[in-house]
Design a binder for this molecule. Structure first.
Ligand code: UDP
Ligand code: MG
Length: 307
């Protein structure tokens, strides 16, 4: 049985050697044959030429080079599309996904699991801010999405061929892989691990990118933010009706009470704010609908090596 290891890489020239040196001995000790499938996600440094050289001398290495940077989520789809193994393992190149966990994942797969996920049991390598926002994200996501994802799962995972064939049918452009892995079904086996800090290179996930990624995740798997406004609007309308009645009755009983400028401004600006927020939510969905209807491919391949 053959294993394909997909590794998305973006400007990772200094991490490649360490990755191969750490992962190869672990894979060689398993009973499976394996291949590396690097997806070069539009690297600007020498990542591709180094991979090309390695692929010439090492028959286990395959490379798919994308035409530009499409982002990790899309790069992974390129990997899955080109993976030939009976099982597919997804790993980051920075060794934040410890190779020691791979034998356990393979064991779970041999015991019949179609989807093997891993869960970070410490997030010490992340800042306090990133940890707490991530914690909130999982809470909000699972409160809203119909198909839940386990807390703190990472992209470090293993899929059986059957699950891979299901996964590659999902061709959406705003991709949130953790949600997609859950969406295809196949009760996952979750293996906990300790996540070390990145040794070389640097993380390419600034806060702004994480924020839009979180919105991609929520909007892809829940329409609740969209529907919420019907209820918020109804509640405000009913409250306003009662308040209007109250004012009319009070005026009839006690006459006109002119002061009220401050409360008027407060109510008008509050409602203005609420309306803009609801428009913004509509916009988030509309923008994604727009990018889906254009029906562009999820990624473009520039070159393939080793196939
Ligand atoms: N990556 C990618 N395309 C991108 C950004 C990142 O293929 O646009 C790859 C990167 O080379 C690495 C993996 O995705 O192998 C995880 O990236 P990173 O370590 O920056 O993310 P973090 O661990 O901070 O979540
Ligand atoms: Mg990393």
């Amino acid at each position: 049985m053959k294993l394909t290891v997909i590794i998305p890489v973006h400007n990772e020239v200094e991490t490649l050697d360490a990755f191969l040196a750490a992962v190869t001995p672990v894979l060689e000790q398993t009973e499976h044959t394996f291949e590396y499938l690097f997806v070069d996600d539009g690297s600007k440094d020498a990542t591709f030429s180094v991979l090309q050289q390695k692929a010439h001398t090492n028959p286990r290495i395959k490379v798919v080079r994308l035409s530009r940077n499409f982002g990790k989520e899309c790069a992974l789809l390129a990997g899955f599309d080109n993976a030939g193994g009976d099982a597919v393992l997804v790993m980051d190149v920075d060794l934040q996904d410890p190779p020691e966990v791979i034998p356990d994942m393979l064991a779970a797969w041999r015991e019949g699991a179609k989807v093997v996920l891993t869960r970070r049991d410490n997030r010490d390598s992340d800042s306090y801010w990133k940890r707490s926002t991530a914690g909130w994200f999982y809470k909000i996501y699972n409160a809203m999405a119909r198909v839940k994802i386990p807390d703190n799962v990472s992209d470090f995972c293993l899929l059986d061929r059957e699950a891979v064939d299901a996964f590659v049918q999902l061709r959406e452009r705003c991709r949130f892989n953790k949600g997609l892995f859950a969406w295809i079904g196949y009760e996952p086996v979750v293996i906990p691990y300790m996540r070390p800090a990145r040794t070389q290179g640097e993380s390419s996930w600034p806060m702004a990118k994480l924020w839009s990624f979180a919105l991609d995740g929520l909007t892809s798997f829940s329409t609740r933010p969209l529907k919420l406004w019907t209820y918020i609007g109804s509640i405000i309308a009913v409250l306003s009706l009662f308040y209007g009645l109250f004012i009319v009755i009070r005026t009839l009983l006690y006459g006109v009470d002119t002061p009220g400028y401050a409360s008027l401004i407060a109510v008008v600006s509050f409602l203005g704010g609420i309306q803009l927020v609801s428009l913004g939510v509509l916009g988030e969905y509309l923008a994604r609908v727009y990018s889906e209807v254009k029906d562009r491919p999820v990624y473009l391949v520039r070159q393939k090596i080793g196939f």
